[in-house]
Design a protein around this ligand. Structure first.
Ligand SMILES: Cc1ncc(COP(=O)(O)O)c(C=O)c1O
Length: 424
């Protein structure tokens, strides 16, 4: 029965099937698969076959999916890797905890940090909760956040306001992107303990000057906490260069990784200074119940306590291989080009107001716009149900807008369909 189902699965997923049969070595073999079919990393941008890349995704071509900023679809190779890893581990009745090591290395390489500074989490929100809890803030301490934070980035701090009486200082972001560093700087006081900002906002896809914010934090003895849920997989991230204290992100958005994966980067020096939030099996470097002793591991992975879902963690590694083989620079350029095209076409329409900053320094692969004089959130429902176009309505900050995610697998044709439907 198992063999039958497996054969059927392989047949249905022919391309991904090239690398199946190798059990839990799949993480490594994805490279072979990709090298053969999608190795565009060292090629010129014009040589990238975006149509071939689109073929790697399971969702139907008739579904105009422009919402990767909410949830990135996984390519076949990621789905197959999860499936095959699960089969292999179940055959061995093993949790496969040791296999996560290679995935820490892959994430660390992608982000240019040490693997011991990386913990794999269930999502970006979990990372932000760990950050908020680990700082041991007290009543009256201040944390600066912005008006464009996602609930997952903001709620852990609002909970501390409620439970401990910390002060949360809200900075109203400048939608052009120009003034944000200055606006944040102006709100620093002697009581500021942390600054929490998105690298790229979920509302308008605006980039924030995270490197400068991290520098500002160092100069003022403040923790810099960056929410990278919208940046991992969309742009190249060099954490050595940005140099934040903490950086959290999602695997299941622009990276097109498994749902229920994320990561938390914690700067090495802080691992010695701050206690872990959660502990259990794998959190310790030594443990003796009889002596009532516990020594924490000097690694961010001490937060990965207990039994985990290893197949999705291996799937996360496969998603990293997938995007690296296409090339992170190519992926970033593709998103920017699609967005530029969409902007150019939308501004020809009188009633459209594009909210995402025009300056390339501050924009990304997300374009948010509003149709003046209508309820855009209602119109979004119509786009979805009547036209099969999936965007995200932006209600945050009363923006009454529509957000388009231009992922690397999206096409100009899909954008043309959207442009045509907005018939004003
Ligand atoms: C900026 C930002 N932070 C956090 C989150 C929450 O991400 P996750 O589901 O990985 O916790 C999102 C999701 O859209 C987001 O856009």
């Amino acid at each position: 029965m198992r063999e039958y189902s497996r054969r059927k699965f392989l047949k249905k997923n022919a391309l991904g099937g090239l690398c199946l049969g190798a059990g839990i070595q799949l993480g490594a073999n994805n490279g072979l698969f990709a090298q053969k079919h999608l190795n565009f990393r060292d090629k010129h941008y014009d040589e990238v076959n975006w149509d071939a890349i689109r073929e790697e995704f399971i969702f139907p071509k008739t579904f105009n999916y422009l919402n990767t900023a909410s949830l990135g679809p996984s390519p076949k190779v990621v789905v197959n890797t999860i499936y095959e890893s699960m089969l292999s581990l179940e055959e061995k009745c093993s949790h496969g905890h040791h296999l996560a090591k290679r995935m820490h290395q892959k994430l660390a390489e992608l982000l240019n940090v040490d693997e011991n500074e990386i913990a794999i989490t269930r999502n970006a929100t979990e990372g932000m909760n760990i950050i908020a809890q680990s700082l041991k803030l007290k009543i009256g301490d201040e944390v600066i956040i912005t008006t464009h934070e996602h609930v997952g980035g903001a709620a852990p701090w609002l909970a501390l306001k409620k439970e401990l009486g910390i002060r949360v200082v809200l900075v109203d972001l400048d939608e052009t992107g120009q003034e944000n560093l200055r606006r944040i700087q102006q709100r620093i006081t002697k009581r500021t303990k942390a600054i929490v900002v998105s690298h790229i906002t979920c509302t308008t896809g605006m980039r924030l000057p995270v490197k400068e914010i991290a520098t500002l934090c160092r100069e003022n003895n403040i923790y810099s906490c960056i929410d990278g849920a919208q940046s991992l997989g969309m742009i190249s991230i060099d954490l050595k260069d940005i140099n934040p204290d903490f950086y959290t992100g999602s695997g299941h958005k622009w990276l097109c990784g498994p749902k229920g994966t994320g990561f938390l980067y914690t700067k090495k020096e802080l691992l010695e200074k701050l206690p872990p939030v959660f502990v259990g099996a794998y959190s310790d470097s030594s443990y003796d119940l009889n002596k009532l002793e516990l020594t924490y591991r000097n690694s961010a992975q001490r937060e990965e306590y207990g039994t985990r879902n290893t197949p999705i963690i291996i799937g996360l590694g496969s998603a990293i291989d997938f995007i690296k083989t296409i090339g992170t620079e190519h992926i970033e350029s593709r998103g920017n080009k699609l967005c530029e095209y969409l902007r150019k076409e939308l501004i020809k329409k009188k009633k459209i107001e594009v909210i995402t900053p025009e300056d390339k320094k501050w924009n990304s692969s997300i374009l948010t716009f509003r149709i003046k004089g209508i309820n855009n959130l209602e119109f979004n429902k119509e786009l979805n149900t009547k036209h099969g176009i999936r965007l995200r309505g932006i209600y945050e900050n009363n923006l009454n807008a529509l957000r388009v995610s231009c992922a690397f697998f999206n096409t100009y044709k899909e954008l043309d369909e959207l442009i045509k439907v907005i018939d004003i």
